[in-house]
Design a protein around this ligand. Structure first.
Ligand code: NAP
Ligand code: MN
Length: 260
């Protein structure tokens, strides 16, 4: 088996990486950053987002494993105290695979067309001036949004930024994506739907920027480096992010452990 690691830059994560390397290499595994079968993220949920962004080109084949070096997170199944248990299971290759839907993003603007994938969400916002966006669903006009911005999240991202915006928590087995508003303006002149909206797998939404000074577009922890964005299309990607599961950690249990 070939494996690679993506680590948060702290001592505990670096030590954990060394321990993992030692055991896996001893058992005949190969460290291969180019075409790994497994990518092990060591850190927090943010580290898992980095791992996802780094290895999105081999999404169809790669399996992620996430270890938390702080408290348990959403993508992270393992604490460092459980490292021996995980390594034993890895060497024995006793796992099942679960797939989490991924958001595909195609955007256009002054810098030309480009595309991204997101494991958590896309946001478009302008904190200084009112952003005016025409929202289309499956090619049909739905509304004209005015406000700070919009967030389009995956089911596994629903517990991230989306939750702070009052979006619904969606079990990652549900093949859907969600749009939530960031401070919409609603008065006698302007009107938006006001509720989070959930779209099914085959749908797509187009966001046409009608007015903005400068839009910031983020995908997961990253920022698109051009402020003059004109259109964004979002839909579910053909591939899911595959996670190797070595023990059960039900989604609602994670939600309960993290928030209740
Ligand atoms: P960060 O500032 O460390 O992330 C903020 C918090 O969100 C951290 O506690 C992070 O966990 C947690 N998180 C990330 N993905 C999550 C998920 N799917 N479910 C539940 N919690 C999650 O920055 P980061 O680590 O680079 O993560 C980027 C993410 O932060 C974005 O994708 C977005 O979801 C979230 N975010 C939230 C807000 C908000 O709620 N107002 C604003 C901006 C960004 P770790 O500490 O384990 O990394
Ligand atoms: Mn973080």
């Amino acid at each position: 088996m070939r494996f690679a690691t993506v680590i948060r830059h702290d001592d505990v994560s670096a030590q954990t990486k060394q321990q993992i390397m030692q055991v896996l290499i001893q058992h005949g595994w190969l460290y291969d950053e180019k075409t790994p079968d497994f990518v092990i993220s060591i850190g927090g949920d943010g580290t898992m987002l980095e791992a996802f962004q780094q290895y999105q080109a081999i999404l169809a084949t790669v399996k992620f494993i996430a270890i938390h070096t702080g408290s348990l997170g959403f993508y992270t199944d393992w604490k460092i105290e459980e490292l021996d248990e995980l390594l034993t299971a890895m060497v024995a290759e006793e796992y099942t695979t679960v797939g989490f839907p991924v958001l595909a993003i195609e955007l256009d603007g002054e810098c030309g067309p480009c595309s991204y994938l997101a494991l958590n969400e896309l946001t478009i916002s302008d904190p200084a001036k009112t952003l005016k966006i025409e929202v289309q669903i499956d090619g049909e006009h739905f509304e004209t949004f005015r406000g700070t911005g919009l967030c389009v999240s995956t089911p596994s991202g629903s517990t991230g930024y989306n939750k702070s915006l009052g979006g619904a928590l969606i079990h990652p087995r549900v093949e859907a994506f969600q749009m939530t508003e960031i401070a919409s303006i609603n008065n006698k002149v302007y009107r938006t739907i006001g509720s989070p909206m959930i779209f099914y797998k085959k749908q797509y939404i187009d966001l046409h920027v009608e007015y903005s000074n400068s839009v910031t577009v983020t995908y997961d922890h990253l920022v698109h480096d051009c402020l003059a964005v004109t259109t964004i299309r979002c839909h579910l990607h053909e591939y899911k992010a595959q996670f190797a599961r070595f023990k059960k950690r039900p989604f609602w249990e994670r939600v309960n452990n993290s928030f209740i």
